[in-house]
Ligand binder design. Sequence first.
Ligand code: FCB
Length: 477
Amino acid sequence: MLQLGALGGLSIAVLSACSPLAAPAPTAKPWVAPNAPMPFPKGFTWGSATSAYQVEGSTRADGRGASIWDTFATQPGTIADHSTGDPAADHYRLWKQDLDLMKELGLTSYRFSIAWPRIVPLGTGAVNQKGLDFYRALIDGLLERGIKPAITLYHWDLPQPLQDAGGWANRDTAAAFAEYADILFRALGDVDADWFTINEPKTTAYVGYAYGAHAPGLRNGTAAGAAVHHQLLAHGLAVRKFRASGAKGRIGIALNLMPVYAINAAAKQAARYADGAENRLFLDPVLLGRYPTDAVGGLPGQIGLGSTAFESNIQPGDLEVISTRCDYLAVQYYGVAGMDATGTQVEIHPISRATWQQIYPQGLYDLLTRIKRDYPRIPLIITENGMPDPTADHTVDDPYRVTFLREHFQQASRAIAAGVPLEGYYVWSLLDNFEWAEGYTQRFGIVAVDFETQKRTPKKSSALLTAVIRANSVSRA
Ligand code: FCB
């Protein structure tokens, strides 16, 4: 989680790949796992996730157009190790062996994303059949191995020509996304898949448009506000296309959510506002059909998108579109934040190599039970959860990740026992990969990748996942 004070007139308290909860104080009594294994429901989905730009490589193959990450990564000073997503884990060429690996690990589902620039290289207009063929082959390969496809339509690799026209700050991008999504529903909708519209609209808006650490690298609060709204609009339009296309399967949006805990009584209001900026600004429009009134602004904890400018993006009917019924909510959970009275994030739990990540497994329980309380009835799927190795080195012995995953699985089972309708869990990530602005310096894989040879070696954490999948339960240790 990046903490920013005033940035070009913006007061952005909270930024990151993840995300407050005005809830249990950090002093809450630690939960202790029972001795007996903790079960998951029959048919629970167990998978691992990747995204196109982070693993595929081959960024110029078979008619793929340029994406904003191709552009951003080649600008000086953007990526920690000066790398790009090419070759990444070379998954575009090695996908068959990766599917075999997934089968060996016992995954019941694989979450991957489709690269928009492979399908519609210029963002709008001509369709690239070779791009469709690649994903068709990948999906068929999954089905042959008995693995269910879980398909993200947009995981940050916007076609560059759309960025040249303003990207997500431009309302037209929402319409272009709906057209792109429709192409995929018509081409691949015969498959029983779980679909996800947009991956983490918050990260794109805050980190990409306000803070500038991700593509497209803008530092513009007004554009960030527009990017929030237009991504959510794009999501709703795509869900409508999905229903109209008659595609099989189910659809929802993938939101990165984060409990925010007030560190003392004086911080309660700021934590509430930060919860708005981190969570409710995305949950409420999608699930309740309205924006919260306390998330955007200049008060401690709020996100400084300029509230008037933000509201000027909203046209009549937009919230009806955005709240078009979804089949589930995809939750991405990495950790929590403490919040002080000034609206500054405070470290209340250990951080990982990803300094935005405060590790607190119980936060997952808090988050899931809170969603059930405030947004009842919507089924939930955890589509990302994981942590990086402590160094950039190739590592296969990862006891910290074994503990991390075990403790988070326990909290998920605990939440299910408390009545949370959680249906699946995807670990981030299957493979070490291109971790955005961190390049190859943060390895989130349960399978190690030697980036010189592209050799894959399962880490110890993958054996834990396999054992949990087999037993469909997680034991105490
Ligand atoms: C999430 C992103 C994913 C990966 C993890 C570590 O925010 O969706 O691509 O970078 O963080």
